[in-house]
Write a protein that binds this ligand. Sequence first.
Ligand SMILES: Nc1nc(=O)c2c([nH]1)NC[C@@H]1CN(c3ccc(C(=O)N[C@@H](CCC(=O)O)C(=O)O)cc3)C=[N+]21
Length: 301
Amino acid sequence: MTEANASKLIDGKSFAEGLRARVATAASRFKAAVGRKAGLAVVLVGEDPASQVYVRSKGKQTVACGMSSFEHKLPASTSEAELLALVAKLNADQAVDGILVQLPLPDHVDEQKVIAAISPDKDVDGFHVTNAGRLAVGQPGFVPCTPLGCLMMLKHRLGSLDGLDAVVIGRSNIVGKPMAQLLLAESCTVTVAHSRTRDLPAVVRRADIVVAAVGRPEMVKGEWLKPGATVIDVGINRVPAAEEGKTRLVGDVDFASALAVAGAITPVPGGVGPMTIAVLLRNTLVAAYRNAGVVLEKDAL
Ligand SMILES: Nc1nc(=O)c2c([nH]1)NC[C@@H]1CN(c3ccc(C(=O)N[C@@H](CCC(=O)O)C(=O)O)cc3)C=[N+]21
């Protein structure tokens, strides 16, 4: 990669390391002030290999930051009632500040019902309707980790986002919608594009900021971009590699063509993914301080 192109990279991995270091400092202050560690409970139902990898990585990083990790691994046959009972137990557990139920859940479990059962004040994923509502009206709450991580990287790179044109591609509850809310709160002019959008290349071409969260490998092409645009690639798609039987990870953005035109871009892997987990730890610590009624110093995280 040329030096000019290397300077365009937004290094999510090292940004995440920095955030985790700040979380670790604040976690040790929390323990000194409250007399216990902040704690995150992660619930995994079933044996999806990718989910197992993420859950293991979350647990390791939680402990590395000086917080307690409570992992609950349940068989795919777990009933909705059993899962709701576990969530109720975690809601009541004083050692648990944050609860994450890994998605997707098996088909026989109603995800919305399980999310609704999590106490909004322990909902460190920010998926509960109460937290979605708080974000929409600008009240403090929990913001989903992936879009919050994207916003942190954008602000770090660009400073003020005031008045910039932002296009979010994808309208999921987990990424697209909260991302749009966050950018709006930063006074961007926000467009949310999706599978029914007419002439997506023309919509993307207007944007100073492009957030791609559609789950379609390498869909966004460099030729679509306004020169100098900042590109955040949320996609994590496993596709066949050149070598027979192997796979590789690609984003929703065609990285090579986008790098040539963009002003800045997140790579996959090493971009948004690592930030998602670091923000989860950050949200857990914020939950711990709030739930313990202790004030977290401003700008600590
Ligand atoms: N309740 C819930 N909350 C979640 O936050 C949640 C979830 N369910 N279900 C699954 C997705 C996925 N997810 C990722 C986190 C980190 C990486 C990550 O660190 N990716 C690395 C690469 C990892 C690899 O090599 O496979 C990277 O992009 O560099 C990816 C994906 C969180 N999720």
